[in-house]
Design a protein around this ligand. Structure first.
Ligand code: 3NQ
Length: 533
């Protein structure tokens, strides 16, 4: 009996043990690994995975590997090596590994975020980029769409004057509407039932996506699994909602007016359908299912990531009231109340911009990015990497490297400013908040504009203060597929009635003290607007 069991285990171990395919090659140092379970028993169980992997660098160096089930994962925690993977050897490392939950979400690796390297991913990424190009200028300018929504967000916040609220819903609605405009030229109203549905299935998916043992041992899918069931349920709700939008949209689609992501995808499909010369691959890659996955990726990424960054920014400002005051003074001095902030104010509101950069450093949206996969045998630094190996970039390690950042655990926006605090600087190459290379975040420009404009608009009109109970937000975070912040409240206070109803700022700049006095008397300019002059 024992002999039989041993034989069985040895046979299993033989098949499940990864084969070293290049004898003599030097591989990254590895955590210990056992048959079947791999390195699982040797990975710390408590704390955040990104910080645990960062700590392991002390023992194993800036690149090391571990094994989970049958899969080898290489962790890269230095910017030079990370850039080699993401930029220099991007072709060899632009694959995406098969992950059970991500495969369900992406309907067999369709879409852009989780699709493996290949013609399908290349086509869809190109079409998404073409969509963002539609919003470069003109009536559809990205900035205009963002400002419309932020203006509504601020109007809503004005109704909450004096109250302590969770910003989650209003911010979620604003960013959902911005991405809705980009995807299908539509938007929701405050309180629309569908927004709640989206918010709920998003939560269900984010909570379950990277939380399951089946991602390590895919064979576990043969057993009933509650988490997976819940995830599938949320994905179904999402797919039904997006499919309803797609089918309705197809009826009103017109080739004469290409204004959003759905237009671009439908038009690309029609073009390849009409192209009868030879077998056209693109047509197959643009089925309704493919379109739905790409829209789902952009829609989901656009909402979850930006909402999270905006909440983190507010949280850090609540922890640093002095900084918040200085940003408000910067807004006062450079913009005042005469007009609302624009994207072109970014190089004038340098402290605000530096603060956002620091938020993205200290709490990256995706501390481990989305895992990559080697599409062929390759190398990173001096180490051999086999085809099929998962490669994880530990952005957290890059952003917290003590050799690159002074006191990396401290929130210090001034590190992104020159000594005069008048210009933005890039202090080190160890900073990649949006990734880099062909798999970098396709919505980077959108995200940066959204966060900058919303913070500038909000801080111009409101004081964001601690709630009545004085509770500071927790800065620990909740690492899911996006590094979330735990729920918190903020007290909204309209800035000291300025500009007052009668303020006629913007009518012209008085040229002498006397005229300023006269303007004060006759035009009812408020002290804030006068201070500007
Ligand atoms: C989203 C589904 C939605 O219901 C929840 C949020 C999801 C998982 C997104 C995901 C796309 C998606 N469905 O396909 C994005 C993701 C992972 C954020 C979460 C993302 C990302 C981009 N930059 C930084 C971190 C994550 C890209 C695809």
């Amino acid at each position: 009996m024992w002999e039989l069991l041993t034989l069985l285990l040895l046979t299993l171990a033989y098949f499940l043990w990864p084969k070293i395919r290049r004898p003599g090659a030097k591989y990254p140092k590895s955590l210990p690994a056992l048959p079947l379970v791999g390195s699982l028993p040797f990975l710390p169980r408590h704390g955040h995975l990104h910080t645990n992997l960062f700590k392991l660098q002390e023992k194993y160096g800036p690149i090391f590997s571990f094994r989970l089930g049958t899969k080898t994962t290489v962790v890269v925690g230095h910017h030079q090596l990370a850039r080699e993977v993401l930029i220099k050897k991007s072709k060899e490392f632009s694959g995406r590994p098969y992950v059970v939950t991500l495969d369900i979400l992406s309907n067999n690796q369709k879409g852009v975020a989780f699709a493996d390297y290949g013609p399908h991913w290349q086509l869809h990424r190109k079409l998404v980029q073409a969509t963002f190009a539609l919003f470069k200028d003109g009536n559809q300018r990205l900035e205009k769409i963002i400002c419309q929504e932020i203006s509504l967000l601020c109007d809503f916040l004005a109704t909450q004057n004096g109250k302590s609220i969770d910003l989650d819903y209003p911010v979620f609605l604003a960013v959902t509407n911005i991405i809705c405009m980009i995807c299908f030229n539509s938007s929701y109203k405050y309180g629309d039932h569908e927004v709640k549905v989206i918010q709920e299935y998003n939560k269900g998916i984010v909570d379950t996506l990277d939380n399951d043992l089946v991602n390590i041992f895919p064979w576990l899918t043969i057993f009933p699994n509650k988490t997976l069931k819940m995830m599938k349920n949320c994905v179904n709700i999402r797919n039904q909602l997006l499919d309803k939008i797609l089918q309705k949209y197809k009826e009103k689609f017109s080739s004469n007016s290409i204004t959003n992501l759905l237009d671009i995808l439908i038009q690309a499909k029609l073009n390849s359908d009409n192209n009868n010369s030879g077998p056209d691959q693109d047509s197959k890659l643009l089925s309704d299912k493919h379109i739905l996955s790409t829209v789902g990726d952009i829609f989901g990424a656009g909402v979850e990531t930006t909402t999270s960054v905006m909440k983190w920014t507010v949280a850090f400002l609540l922890h640093n009231p002095q900084l918040k005051k200085m940003i408000q003074e910067e807004i006062d001095q450079n913009i005042g109340f005469g007009h609302t902030p624009t994207v072109s104010d970014r190089n004038r509101l340098v402290l605000l911009e530096a603060t956002i950069r620091e938020v993205l450093r200290i709490r990256p949206v995706a501390p481990l990015l989305i895992p990559h996969k080697a599409t062929s045998d390759s190398s990173i630094g001096e180490f051999a990497i086999d085809k099929g190996t998962r490669v994880v970039i530990n952005l957290w390690a890059l952003h917290h490297n003590e050799k690159e950042w002074l006191q990396p655990d401290q929130f210090m926006p001034e590190r992104f400013l020159d000594p005069n605090r008048s210009q933005l600087i890039s202090p080190t190459l160890s900073y990649l908040p949006f990734g880099a290379g062909p798999r970098s975040c396709v919505g980077e420009i959108l995200a940066r504009q959204e966060v900058f404009l919303s913070m500038a608009w909000m801080l111009q009109r409101f004081d964001l203060e601690l709630p009545e109970d004085g509770q500071l937000p927790s800065l620990e975070g909740d690492p899911k597929v996006v590094f979330l912040i735990k729920p918190f409240k903020v007290k909204i206070k309209a800035q000291s009635a300025c500009p007052p109803p009668g303020c006629t700022s913007g009518l012209g700049i008085p040229s002498s003290p006397f005229l300023i006095y006269e303007a004060w008397i006759t035009l009812h300019l408020c002290c804030r607007c006068l201070r500007l002059w």
